[in-house]
Design a protein around this ligand. Structure first.
Ligand SMILES: Cc1cc2nc3c(=O)[nH]c(=O)nc-3n(C[C@H](O)[C@H](O)[C@H](O)COP(=O)(O)OP(=O)(O)OC[C@H]3O[C@@H](n4cnc5c(N)ncnc54)[C@H](O)[C@@H]3O)c2cc1C
Length: 492
């Protein structure tokens, strides 16, 4: 096992405060909720091995987070059940905790940290997690490290925020390869053949006040989610959460769908995309695994990479068009959002839009709108447009929208809202409440793309949009097949 690179480790407390007489090394798993291809887990194992102390993994789920619902809780708990099963056979003490009411979990991390030699956490740049980690830092006096297992490019590798995918892609073409060397990748299975002392039981007092949860019991019986004070109107989505389901979805895609991805990804009737975004969001699968297995399958080697670094999304990796196209979404587009969120705390604010976009939207803010809907009307799919309503119904029922229609869905919210600021609020609310992959850096990439981020001005100048890129349902209907889609997501 190679050591995790310093570029991925951020010590946020006193780095010298390693408590050598502590009882264990604590890995606080909050974002990379998996047992393989995980730099944070790997780093915690390094500490356990070096200090000859047991490894304790805390995976907790609060219930007072924004948009907490049966959908999000169920998905995460199914992931915890998979982690419990995978770790049952390993040299690590897995401690799943499910908070029964808001605030009940307060103090748990601090108490566990009191007996820890070192605390290792996940460095996720979005949603409430950076705030939660900052609050935890104030309660932890031992060495506290955050580890970045977000993407192929470490968050701290780039020294600027990229305003266009083209520039970021060109940067990646020049700089990414060294991070793909075998000794820069996370271990596929860091706990295998790993000799660590074993922790027999949790510290006294902890178990009683914060009982060990049984995620497996809930994962198979989601009706039990009624015990948690979360939004029960947002029902579990169309797919099961957890690393096992993530790997099944991934391997089905790799074997059956990837060869046609290039030509079929925009076709809503085809279901040709990977469906991985919820699993990537909750850290139940790693982008490193997806990348490594894709490349292994294509027989790729680094010599095949184009030396041109032209910024073009074609002919970069030296693999076929479908794979190039998938890698461009998975790497360029996905990691562009992480670059933004990790460097700009205002990533969700209207004023973070590029100046040209704000100017053109301001110029057209008072334009008359042919249709204006409230949040409730949008939410209940009560617009005049059957295609938009179908996309919204898919989101509410299943927790996802096909990528192509998601763009149209967003553009119409801009067109039919009283102002671009209220469109932004509606987009954030609906996307983050219903989408399984919401609350992610890519949520803000997609939503802000609707309003001009990562894009350029397009003519002709139109009412409401100004020079922001426009999309219409009529054009979409001409471009892609929608018959099955409209039937499937028709009114109840
Ligand atoms: C209005 C709007 C809102 C969006 N909200 C989200 C969101 O909340 N969470 C989210 O992950 N994505 C979001 N996206 C981006 C995109 O729609 C999804 O990532 C994609 O549809 C996920 O489906 P998939 O996993 O089958 O993707 P695939 O096509 O199989 O792509 C593989 C992976 O690449 C990444 N990816 C693909 N397309 C994009 C993209 N356009 N931008 C960034 N990364 C991409 C995702 O991680 C995805 O899982 C949004 C796009 C728009 C227009």
């Amino acid at each position: 096992m190679t050591d995790v690179s310093d570029l991925r480790i951020r010590s946020i407390g006193d780095p010298s405060a390693v408590r050598r007489d502590g009882r264990y090394v604590l890995y606080w798993m909050t974002a990379f909720r998996r047992t393989n291809w995980n730099f944070s887990l790997q780093r915690a194992i390094e500490w356990s091995r070096d200090l000859r102390k047991p490894l304790l993994i805390l995976e907790a789920l609060r219930c007072g987070y924004p948009w907490a619902s049966d959908r999000l809780h169920g998905f995460i708990i199914q992931g915890m059940a998979d982690n419990e099963a995978r770790l049952a056979r390993r040299n690590a003490f897995y401690y799943p905790y499910l908070e029964p009411e808001p605030g009940a979990g307060q103090g748990l991390l601090a108490q566990l940290a009191e007996q820890a030699c070192v605390v290792v956490g996940d460095d996720f740049p979005c949603f409430f997690l950076p705030r939660m980690v900052a609050a935890a830092k104030r309660q932890i006096s031992t060495r506290f490290e955050l580890v970045d297992s977000n993407g192929l490019l470490p968050l701290r590798a780039a020294d600027r925020t990229f305003a266009r995918a083209f520039d970021f892609r060109r940067y990646l073409q020049r700089n990414l390869l060294p991070y793909l060397e075998p000794d820069s990748l996370p271990d596929e299975d860091p706990l295998s053949n790993c000799r660590l002392p074993v922790l027999d039981e949790l510290p006294r007092g902890i178990r009683k006040r914060w009982p060990v949860a049984e995620p497996r019991k809930i994962a198979d019986q989601l009706t039990q989610l009624s015990q948690f004070p979360v939004d029960h109107r947002v029902a579990p989505g169309a797919i099961r959460g957890g690393a096992e389901s993530a790997e099944r979805a991934w391997h089905t895609f790799l074997e059956k769908k990837l060869p046609c991805y290039g030509e079929s990804r925009n076709d809503p009737d085809m279901d040709a995309t990977s469906g991985l975004s919820p699993y990537l969001h909750f850290g139940q699968i790693s982008v490193h695994q997806v990348f490594a297995e894709t490349m292994r399958r294509t027989g790729w080697s680094p010599e095949r990479v184009s030396a041109k670094a032209s910024g073009s999304s074609h002919d970069w990796w030296g693999v076929d068009e479908s794979v190039e196209s998938f890698l461009d979404e998975l790497i360029t587009w996905r990691e562009l959002g992480y670059n933004m969120c990790s460097r700009n705390a205002d990533y969700a604010a209207y004023d973070s839009l590029p100046p040209w976009a704000r100017q053109t939207l301001a110029k057209h803010a008072d334009d008359p709108r042919e249709h204006v809907y409230t949040l409730d009307e949008f939410e209940s799919a009560a617009t005049h447009d059957p295609l938009w309503n179908a996309a919204q119904r898919q989101l509410v029922r299943e927790g996802r929208i096909h990528n192509y229609l998601r763009m149209l869905w967003g553009k119409k919210i801009l067109e039919w809202s009283p102002s671009p600021q209220s469109a932004l609020a509606t987009l954030i609310e609906l996307n983050n409440q219903y989408a399984l992959d919401g609350r992610n850096p890519n949520s803000y990439s997609g939503i802000f793309w609707v309003l001009g981020r990562y894009d350029r001005a397009w003519g002709p100048e139109r009412p409401v949009f100004g020079t922001i890129r426009y999309m219409s349902s009529e054009n979409t209907a001409r471009k892609v097949r929608l018959k099955d889609y409209l039937r499937r997501y028709g009114p109840d």
